[in-house]
Ligand binder design. Structure first.
Ligand code: PEP
Ligand code: MN
Length: 342
């Protein structure tokens, strides 16, 4: 339930309503907008006290929330959330470009990729040091050595680091190096991990699970937001369907749909979303046309020899061409894309 304060409600009236919400055993989450202040009342009994709250001084109305998510919703915060992490700016007409290898494999591979994608206009370097692999026999990542390589790439290029954390035991370690903590698709519903990254204070890139509905994605975001971290980026990377020609089915309609429901920025990953290098450039451009606030694209100096996901990675030239295509779409829509946004 959301307590919408009147325009011009006094600070004392707002504070009084926060205290009333809390006295009812609910958690009050005030959001101070430019026009109006609203107080999200979070708790099991949330719709019970609607009438009594509505009688409060300075209250415009109390809106029951039918959707199961609250803090992520547009009712709670109508203005789009902009997430900034060093060189990366995402949301409200800023299109962030996150590019880099699936896995950090070596210093040479990661640093050369960072330099190349930066020259093409990327605003963040991605790369997994902890890899969640389907098979325990596949490359699991270089772990802390990989994080150190990412730190070198950042030192050389100034690009913010986006990297995955797969266990709550590693959050502190990964946070020492990362600018953005990535929660992978397989962990979207690992709620203890979500709470842990929520408490860490770094922006979070939350990937949609391959079998997760949009409500489930937003509820997962809600765990992070409720832990006190407002800097959440939603990421659609495709879901599993009966289609076998693409690795996943990239549901681009989720982008405008999420924007109709949530203030959180939406990122699209056309690499995992298609699973084929040749499909990435067009789907990257299509994602921007659909309103994506950023892209995550896998780039490798030599995709043929990549230790993971080479079949969907772009080489440097292909990434450069993809950026040119994406810029055309972004310019047509008056968006600030990649490094040109700074
Ligand atoms: C990745 O970004 O390399 C990755 C493992 O992605 P996802 O979690 O979307 O499968
Ligand atoms: Mn990958």
């Amino acid at each position: 339930m959301i307590v919408v304060m009147k325009q011009g409600a006094t600070a004392a009236q707002i504070e009084h309503m926060i205290q009333r919400v809390e006295a009812l055993g609910l958690k009050a989450h005030p959001i101070y907008g430019t026009e109006q202040t609203v107080i999200a009342a979070i708790g099991e009994k949330r719709d019970e006290h609607r009438q009594s709250l509505e009688s409060g001084a300075g209250v415009s109305e109390v809106v029951p929330i039918l959707a199961p998510y609250k803090v992520a919703s547009l009712e709670v915060k109508p203005e789009p959330t902009v997430v900034s992490a060093g060189s990366l700016v995402v949301g409200n007409s800023h299109v962030g470009m996150i590019a880099g290898p699936c896995s950090v494999e070596s210093e040479e591979q990661t640093v050369s990729t960072a330099k190349s994608v930066k020259a093409s206009g990327a605003t963040a370097i991605r790369g997994g040091a902890f890899k969640p692999r389907t098979s325990p026999y596949s490359f699991q990542g270089l772990k802390e050595d990989g994080l150190k390589i990412l730190a070198t790439a950042k030192k050389e290029t100034g690009l913010a680091i986006v990297t995955e954390v797969i266990s709550e035991n590693d959050v502190k370690l990964v946070a020492k190096y990362a600018d953005v903590l990535q929660i992978g698709a397989r962990n979207m519903q690992n709620y203890r991990l979500l709470e842990e990254v929520g408490g860490e204070g770094l922006p979070v890139l939350l990937k949609r699970g391959p079998a997760a509905s949009i409500d489930e994605l937003l509820l997962a975001a809600e765990y992070i937001l409720n832990a006190g971290n407002p800097n959440v980026m939603l990421c659609d990377r495709g879901i599993r369907t009966f289609e076998t020609h693409t690795r996943f089915s990239l549901t681009l309609a989720s982008v405008p749909y999420l924007h109709e429901r949530s203030h959180l920025p939406v990122i699209v990953d056309p690499s995992h979303g298609t699973g084929h290098t040749s499909l990435v450039p067009r789907m990257a451009a299509a994602a921007i046309a659909a309103g994506a606030d950023g892209l995550v694209i896998e780039v490798h100096p030599d995709p043929e020899t990549a230790m993971s996901d080479g079949y969907q990675s772009l080489n440097f030239q292909q990434f450069e061409e993809t950026m040119i295509l994406c810029r055309k779409v972004a310019n047509a829509l008056d968006l600030k894309i990649g490094a040109t946004s700074n």
